[in-house]
Design a protein around this ligand. Structure first.
Ligand code: GUN
Ligand code: FE
Length: 377
C-alpha cells in the first residue's frame, strides 16, 4: 500500500508521548510542553529524541512527516539531517514564538525569530537533501505577536515556502485570539492578514472553525490537519471532517504527538473513524466516514494537504515509490486470517487490527528504509 503521511507531529514532544494528558491545551503547554521543548538547545538530547521519533514513525509506516521541532535552530537542522539519513520524506519547522510562555527563556524576540528562521531555511536548503524541506512555523496566534506573524508571512512569501501552525483547537484558545487580535474578523483572518494562509499552508486541528473560515481555507488553498487522538486526549473538540470535505478544503491526518499519545498513523486513522462515529451517535443522520475514505485521507489526502501530491500519496505513474509491504498474516502478529479473504477485507482488517509487526518493509522514493540498515541501529 502507499506509505502514510503524518501531516502534523511534534518531534520534540516524543519523549513524553503517552503521558501528561490531564490538562486542557493552554495549561498543558505551560505545564508539560514548554519545559520539555526548552531542553532542545542540548544537541545530544535532541539527537537522541529525534532519532527515536524518526525511526518509530518509519516503522509505523509514516513515509512522509510534517514536523514541529523547537525554537532552537541547530537542533531543528539536526532533525532535518536525521530524517535525511534515515530516509524519511519530511517537512521540518523551527518553531517561532515571542509571547505567552510560562517558561522563562523559552521564547525569542521578533528579530531573533525572523533571523533564525532565515538561517534555518538557508542552511537546510543548502544541504540539498532531496526529500527534506523547511516549513515556516509560527507556533500559533496565542504565542506570536502580530509583528512576528507579519515577518514570518513575509519570509514565507518571498521564498515560496511551506507554512504550518495551529488553529481553532479549543474554544478557550479561540476566545483568547479574538481578544488578542480585535481587528480581525476571525482566527483564520488573523493568519490571512499576515500572509500565512496560502496553498502551501497546513493548519492543525480547526475543530471550531466557522463556515466563513472554511470558505477562506478553500479560497486560499490552505489545508487542515485532522488530529483526532489529540482532540480527544486533551478534550479539545471533535472536527466534523465530513463538513470540511463538503467545503472542498484539503484535509490530511496527523498524530499531533504528544497531544496525541500515539505516533502511529494507523491510530490516527482509527481515531478519525471513532470521532466520525461519535458524531453519528450524537446525530444518527450524520454521514459517517468509511474506512476507504479514511485510508485515502491517511495517504493521498495527506500528500495533498502538504502540497506534496506530485511526489507521493499513491502509486500514480510519475510519483516516487513511497510504499509499505504489509503482511497481514505475519507470524506472531496481531491478526488471524481464518478464511481466504478479498483484498478489501484484508485491507480493512489491517487498518483496524494491524501494527508495525505487519509492516515488514517500508520504501521511500524506492529506497528500502525499514528494516533499518545496521548503521541506523
Ligand atoms: N498549539 C500550540 N502549540 C501546540 C502544541 O504543541 N500542541 C498542540 N496540540 N497544540 C498546540
Ligand atoms: Fe500540534
Amino acid at each position: 500500500m502507499p506509505g502514510m503521511v503524518d501531516t502534523h507531529i511534534h518531534a520534540s514532544q516524543y519523549s513524553y508521548a503517552g503521558t501528561a494528558l490531564d490538562l486542557p491545551l493552554l495549561q498543558w503547554l505551560d505545564t508539560y510542553t514548554f519545559p520539555v521543548e526548552s531542553h532542545f538547545q542540548d544537541l545530544e538530547f535532541a539527537h537522541k529524541v529525534y532519532s527515536q521519533v524518526v525511526k518509530r514513525t518509519l516503522r509505523n509506516g509514516t513515509t512522509t512527516a510534517c514536523y514541529f521541532a523547537t525554537i532552537h535552530t541547530d537542533a531543528s537542522l539536526l532533525l532535518g539531517q536525521i530524517a535525511n539519513e534515515l530516509g524519511q520524506r519530511a517537512l521540518v519547522g523551527k518553531v517561532c514564538m515571542d509571547i505567552n510562555t510560562a517558561v522563562k527563556d523559552y521564547k525569542e524576540t521578533v528579530q531573533e525569530s525572523q533571523d533564525e528562521t532565515c538561517r534555518f531555511v538557508g542552511e537546510l536548503l543548502k544541504k540539498k537533501y532531496p526529500r527534506v524541506k523547511p516549513v515556516v512555523t509560527p507556533r500559533f496566534a496565542v504565542s506570536c505577536s502580530g509583528a512576528l506573524l507579519g515577518k514570518l508571512g513575509e519570509v514565507a512569501k518571498n521564498n515560496n515556502l511551506h507554512i504550518q501552525s495551529h488553529i481553532s483547537e479549543t474554544t478557550e484558545e479561540v476566545a483568547l485570539v479574538k481578544q488578542m487580535f480585535p481587528d480581525s474578523e476571525s482566527y483564520t483572518d488573523v493568519y490571512r492578514k499576515h500572509n500565512l494562509l496560502t496553498d502551501k499552508t497546513v493548519m492543525a486541528h480547526g475543530c471550531h472553525l466557522s463556515d466563513d473560515e472554511l470558505i477562506l481555507f478553500r479560497e486560499t488553498g490552505a489545508s487542515l490537519s485532522h488530529c483526532p487522538n489529540s482532540n480527544l486526549s486533551l478534550c479539545s473538540g471533535m472536527l466534523d471532517v465530513r463538513k470540511v470535505l463538503s467545503y472542498n478544503v484539503k484535509l490530511g491526518l496527523g498524530t499531533d504527538v504528544a497531544g496525541g499519545y500515539s505516533s502511529s498513523m494507523l491510530d490516527a486513522l482509527r481515531r478519525t473513524l471513532d470521532t466520525s462515529k461519535a458524531l453519528t451517535i450524537q446525530d444518527p443522520g450524520y454521514h459517517t466516514l468509511t474506512f476507504e475514505e479514511v485510508f485515502r485521507l491517511a495517504t493521498l489526502g495527506g500528500s495533498q494537504a502538504l502540497s506534496l501530491d506530485a511526489q507521493t500519496g499513491n502509486f500514480e505513474v510519475g510519483k516516487d515509490f513511497d510504499a509499505l509491504r504489509v503482511n497481514v498474516a505475519v507470524q506472531d502478529g496481531p491478526i488471524d486470517l481464518i478464511h481466504i479473504e478479498k483484498p478489501m477485507v484484508i485491507l480493512e482488517k489491517f487498518l483496524n487490527l494491524g501494527d508495525d509487526r505487519n509492516i515488514v518493509e517500508v520504501y521511500v522514493a524506492g529506497r528500502k528504509v525499514v528494516p533499518f540498515t545496521e548503521s541506523a541501529e
